[in-house]
Every structure is written in C-alpha cells, then in structure tokens.
Design a binder for this molecule. Structure first.
Ligand SMILES: Nc1ncnc2c1ncn2[C@@H]1O[C@H](COP(=O)(O)OP(=O)(O)O)[C@@H](O)[C@H]1O
Ligand SMILES: [Mg+2]
Length: 280
C-alpha cells in the first residue's frame, strides 16, 4: 500500500507517490517557533522532542454571571513527537475541551501552552488559524465534511487555505484519497458515502497539509466495530510509517489499549497515565 507522504519531497518505496514540498508557500503564514536546545531525556522516557507542552491549563466557561464553570482544573501534559496517546474518561469529563485547547480551536483561561515551539498564549488569532491549518489534522466523530462538496474538494480545502496551486492540490488530494482507498469515490458528495467512507475522506483531509499532529475526537464513535477497526488501522499506519504524533479520544478500552500511552481524564483532571500495549 502507498504511504501518506511525509514532509518535503519524498519518494515512496513503490515509486507511485511523490509528495512535493507543500510548505514552501505556506511557511510564511506561521509564527516563528522559539527553538530551544533539546533537553536530555532519561533512558526510560520516549524519544523525540516535546510537541505538546501544557502546564497547569485551566479552562473556565462563563455562562452568564455568576455562573462560571471550570471545566479543566490545571492540566499538565507533555506529548513527544511520534507518540500515539489515547485520552479516555467519562462523558463530560472534559476530553473534547482539552482537545480543543490542544488544537487551538479555543484558548485556555490560564496556564502555559507551547505547541511545536510556538507560545500559544502569545500567538495572535491569525497565527492560531495558520497553526491549525498547517500543523494539525483534525478528525471528528461526526466527520465534519463540507456538504454538497465532493470528497476530492473536501480534501483539497486545507490546501486551498495553504495557498497551494489548484493543480498541485488536486493531484495531492487524489493521492491521499488513494491511500485511504477512496479514489473511486472522489466525485461523490458526503451524503452519498457511508460513515466509514466519510471518515476515510476526513482522514485524507486531515493529512492534506502534512501536519505534525493529528487530533481525533472519538473518530470511531459513530461506526460499527469492524469499520472502527479499519479507521484505527489507518491511524496506526500514520503513526508508524509517517511518524505522525496522534492524540486520540476514545470510549473504547480496546482501542485505547493499542496506543502507546493512555491518559484518564476525570472531572477536568488527569487522574491516570499508563503505558498501552501498542499496535497488536
Ligand atoms: N462552550 C461551553 N460552554 C459551557 N460549558 C461547556 C462548553 N463546552 C463544554 N462545556 C461543559 O464542559 C464539560 C466538559 O465537556 P466536554 O469537554 O465536551 O466533555 P467530554 O468530551 O469528556 O464528554 C461539560 O460539563 C460540558 O457541559
Ligand atoms: Mg467529547
């Protein structure tokens, strides 16, 4: 099977998929990263630099005074490049809120957050949009494809925002759809696709700008277990073959167990962290 294409020019083993450097036009959209010397890790720590670095993240919602609702109570979270981390916890425990903070979809109320070297508290709103577009691939339980827009155009969208030329983004979108085995459906609209097929398109879209980080919020939550298995296998491939860092929210203990690390969230706090068994 073909790969998803990594950073920069890269020729896959099969020779079929050549991904051009997509960052040349888009890089100037990003704020400058504060590059710090890599810190010395102890032998037991996973390798790779820290990509998600959160300290004491608090999130409060203000739902009409005096109703202030504190949803996250001081989250410390470090995730290294290449890790596959699962977040589990009961409904309402704050998983999606945390994911929205990690993905810069929303800002924390307090704390410190550095994403891939960028201080997210100092970043302006337009910086956050660029970071979301170029560094992060989002996958949601409800797919969030754009309606009445073909699978191909859906996958092209993030590349359009990254100012890639029409010819190049069409080419890359087809390649990405081929990887998730959806190229024969590229002209189809979302409502003509099954849930599993929609999610495959959504994953291809998440990969469009070759992000460093993939955030998936219950991506298999609406799928039957066989289809969920297929989606999970795609994530494992992205992690193993492309070295993508993945944070996955799931209700499935079995799927969580397949990742490298399992974090348990309860009432807005991380109450457990343990190693997973990894890919079966
Ligand atoms: N925009 C919001 N305004 C007010 N409260 C919210 C908002 N989003 C989430 N919450 C509350 O935050 C808590 C955590 O929600 P969420 O992060 O969606 O949990 P989970 O994803 O673990 O099910 C819930 O009590 C929810 O009602
Ligand atoms: Mg949720």
């Amino acid at each position: 099977m073909m790969g998803f294409g990594g950073s920069g020019s890269k020729k896959e083993k099969s020779g079929e998929l050549i991904i051009e450097d997509i960052t040349e036009t888009a890089e100037d959209l990003l704020p400058e990263a504060q590059t710090e010397p890599a810190e010395e890790g102890t032998a037991s720590e996973p390798e790779g630099r820290i990509i998600i670095d959160m300290h004491h993240i608090v999130k409060r919602y203000f739902i009409g005074q005096p109703n202030e609702l504190e949803v996250l109570h001081g989250i410390d979270l470090q995730v290294r490049e290449g890790e596959f981390v699962a977040i589990v916890g009961q409904s309402g425990s704050g998983k999606s809120t945390l994911m929205n903070m990690i993905g810069a979809l929303d800002r924390p109320t307090e704390g410190q957050y550095t994403l891939d070297g960028v201080d997210m508290f100092r970043a302006k709103d337009r910086d956050l949009s660029a970071i979301r577009c170029l560094k992060i691939g989002f996958v949601f339980q409800t797919y969030n494809l754009v309606a009445r827009t073909s699978a191909l155009k859906n996958v092209e969208l993030p590349m359009l925002y990254a100012k890639m030329s029409p010819r190049r983004r069409a080419k890359r979108a087809k390649e990405l759809l081929a990887v998730v085995e959806m190229e024969d459906r590229m002209k189809h609209m979302p409502d003509e696709l099954s849930g599993g097929q929609k999610q495959r398109v959504a994953i291809a879209r998440a990969m469009a700008n070759d992000p460093a980080l993939i955030l998936a919020d219950e991506p298999t939550g609406a799928l039957d277990s066989a289809t969920g298995r297929l989606i999970m296998d795609i994530f494992h491939r992205l992690n193993k073959e492309q070295g993508k860092t993945i944070v996955l929210i799931t209700h499935s203990p079995e799927l969580a167990e397949e990742t490298g690390r399992i974090l348990t969230l309860k009432d807005g706090m991380i109450v457990g962290s343990r190693k997973g068994a990894g890919h079966p």
